[in-house]
Ligand binder design. Structure first.
Ligand code: NAP
Ligand code: F7E
Length: 335
């Protein structure tokens, strides 16, 4: 039986990946920072299913605990998903972000070397490494130009992972993941904030949702599809780096329009910048802009070209944006 260690098992991708690996017969050990965390109680909005066999303690900010976890579990495959994953939060907590995301990845890689472990390593990298994009769409060869402490931390982690592959011969992969969402996305991310708000507005418990940059463009995929390709990378005959994306650009405004449509509310847009509003058929403002949600720096035209993953790994996304919106709205209606 193959033993996998998943860092970040309590997060969105941890749930999908743990479920996938268990369905393939893996023994799944989830690393958490609080021993015995009751994941079900952390996640009352989603039916609990077994997505790990057992948990082990591991704090990415602490080298000793990471080394202990690796030494005790001795996994065949490590899927490193644990991170301070909020770009917004990284602007107010740059040091913590660097410690967990950059140094945390290095601590894992060093623990593998320390224990002379013969294992494979997957690192969850991010499209945020491209930041102020140097070309559109972005591929595995697009130069890095991160614009947030989060993006810088993920650039360090990607380069370290590459270095351990090239210098130490580790089977190591970087998934350069573009945004991927699901009903398990935490409420602070824009897709979940919008789908929750659209449902609350349709049910009459909320009047208006306040958003930041409506012109921001993202390439949004489905988390269930993205964990499939993480596993495929680890089954290939050598470790490598892959852009994982849908190739479709969507603005926050378009995502909001789709979510409101899904609950039967059609929006008309008027005004510009902070004056822009999305207004329903009764003339009620349902979407408004608040400067509170603007960022010190925004990444532009983020859209990925996943041709390499299509060709080499035979991966294709199965859920399009409309299906993703429907899925997230259905879950918000159910909750
Ligand atoms: P997520 O829901 O935020 O989950 C992150 C997990 O990391 C949480 O379970 C969290 O544990 C854990 N974690 C945070 N700090 C830790 C620490 N100091 N020690 C140990 N564990 C810690 O993230 P996700 O959306 O599943 O993303 C998975 C990975 O993909 C992350 O590395 C993220 O940066 C990367 N990524 C995600 C996307 C996306 O669109 N989702 C795109 C590109 C890259 P707690 O529950 O204890 O907080
Ligand atoms: O923002 C805009 C905001 O916070 C998306 C993480 O998984 O993907 C994620 O990071 C866009 C941005 O995700 C609001 O300005 C407008 O342009 O949902 P988000 P993110 O920052 O793209 C990358 C690839 C990761 O690696 C990260 O881990 O939406 N936006 N109005 C807003 N964003 C938020 N959060 N809230 C708003 O009200």
């Amino acid at each position: 039986m193959i033993r996998a260690l998943i860092t970040g098992i309590a997060g969105q991708d941890g749930w999908y990946l743990g479920s996938l690996l268990r369905s393939k017969g893996y023994n799944v050990v989830g690393m958490v920072r609080e021993r015995g965390v009751a994941l079900a109680s952390k996640r009352p909005d989603f039916p609990e299913q077994p997505h790990f066999d057992r948990l082990c303690y591991g704090e990415l900010a602490d080298a000793g605990s990471v080394r202990n976890a690796i030494g005790k579990v001795r996994p065949d495959e490590i899927y490193h998903l644990g991170a301070q994953s909020s770009v917004v939060a990284s602007f107010s907590a740059p040091e913590e972000t660097a410690d967990i995301n950059a140094m945390g990845t290095l601590r894992l890689l060093e623990a593998i070397r320390h224990h002379r472990l013969d294992c494979k390593f997957f690192n969850a990298s991010s499209s945020e490494i491209f930041g102020k994009v140097q070309e559109v769409p972005q591929t595995e060869t697009t130069p890095f130009c991160p614009r947030s402490p989060y993006g810088v931390s993920k650039t360090f982690a990607l380069q370290m992972t590459r270095m351990y592959r090239e210098i130490h011969g580790l089977f190591a992969c970087n998934g350069i993941l573009f945004n991927h969402e699901s009903p398990l996305r935490p409420d602070s991310f824009v897709t979940k904030k919008i789908t929750n708000a659209a449902v609350a507005i349709a049910e009459g418990t909320q009047q208006t949702v306040y958003l930041g940059n409506l012109n921001a463009v993202r390439d949004w995929g489905y988390a269930g599809d993205y964990v499939q390709v993480m596993w495929r990378m680890m089954q290939h005959d050598r470790g490598d780096d892959y852009v994982i994306a849908t190739g479709r650009m969507t603005t926050v405004r378009e995502f909001a329009a789709a979510a409101f449509n899904a609950v039967g509310i059609s929006l008309d847009w008027s005004g510009q910048g902070v004056e822009e509003q999305g207004i329903d058929a009764n003339g009620i403002v349902r979407v408004a802009v608040s400067p509170e949600f603007f960022r010190p720096a925004e990444v532009d035209a983020t859209v990925g070209d996943a041709s390499k993953a299509h060709t080499v790994l035979g991966w294709q996304p199965t859920v399009d944006l409309d299906q993703l919106v429907q899925m997230m709205v259905a879950e918000a209606l159910r909750a």
